[in-house]
Design a binder for this molecule. Structure first.
Ligand code: PEP
Length: 250
């Protein structure tokens, strides 16, 4: 049985006061980690203050990091810096970073390795553009991105990755993939993992859907065979909405 994982991605939003208001509003109301893993991925400056107040069941994640451990990389954040302040997850290869910040399959792969070397769980984003979906290239795109991201990992590490299937056309657009479309592509990603690492590994990997997930569509998405969670942008900003997402079972 794969444990569901629901992660909020605040992107570049919230003031420090808003981040604090959020954490005080949600920390004691998040479902137990026995039933779901709940994560909030916040901007770097707020990570420590969220970790300090995260409560029993909420975990804190970063939205990016560098793959090197130290050096002359002005403006960058190293993996150890995140673990040293209690961060446990990191989103890697989000489409906004691939599109606007030159993130490539190769840098994503290096970051995935660095995440494991430093005890962080990577949430690896893959997904196609609208044009790629319309020209029937969806499976080829997620296949290439998934294989490249996992390159060189041990089988035990592959089992522990979280993959977020995020069709770019559904991110922040209010246009959600249907539950069937999401399930189909996520099932395909699972088959890609099975092809490379075998059935047992493919059955262990958690694959989230991301793209305009909100409190009204979470249940239908989570009812699908292959969908093991959600990576949520807009609807994760409001404490009430975040709580309805992570408590979708209750
Ligand atoms: C995201 O930021 O990864 C995302 C899926 O955003 P939204 O939920 O706003 O579409």
């Amino acid at each position: 049985m794969r444990k569901p994982i629901i992660a909020g991605n605040w992107k570049m939003n919230k003031t420090r006061d808003e981040a604090l208001q959020f954490i005080y509003a949600v920390k004691d109301h998040v479902a137990s980690t026995d039933v779901v893993e709940s994560v909030v991925c916040a901007p770097f400056p707020y990570l420590r203050c969220l970790v300090k107040r995260q409560g029993a069941f909420l975990r804190v994640g970063a939205q990016n990091m560098h793959f090197k451990s130290a050096g002359a990389y002005t403006g960058e954040v190293a993996p150890e810096m995140l673990t040293s302040i209690g961060v446990s997850y990191v989103v890697l290869g989000h489409s906004e970073r691939r599109e606007m910040f030159n993130e490539t399959d190769e840098t994503v792969n290096k970051k995935v390795h660095a995440a494991f070397e430093n005890g962080l769980t990577p949430i690896i984003c893959v997904g196609e553009s609208l044009e790629q979906r319309e020209t029937g290239a969806t499976n080829a795109v997620v296949d290439t991105q998934t294989v490249a991201a996992l390159e060189g990992l041990t089988v035990e590490q592959v089992k522990r990755v979280v993959i977020a299937y995020e069709p770019i056309w559904a991110i922040g657009t209010g246009r959600t993939a249907t539950a069937e479309q999401a399930n189909e592509t996520i099932g395909y990603i699972r088959s890609v993992i099975e092809r490379a690492y075998g059935r047992e590994v493919a059955e262990a990997v958690r694959i989230q859907y991301g793209g305009s997930v909100n409190p009204s569509n979470i249940k239908e998405l989570m009812a699908q065979e292959h969908i093991d969670g959600a990576l949520v942008g807009g609807a994760s900003l409001d404490p009430k909405s975040f709580l309805s997402l992570v408590n979708y079972q209750g």
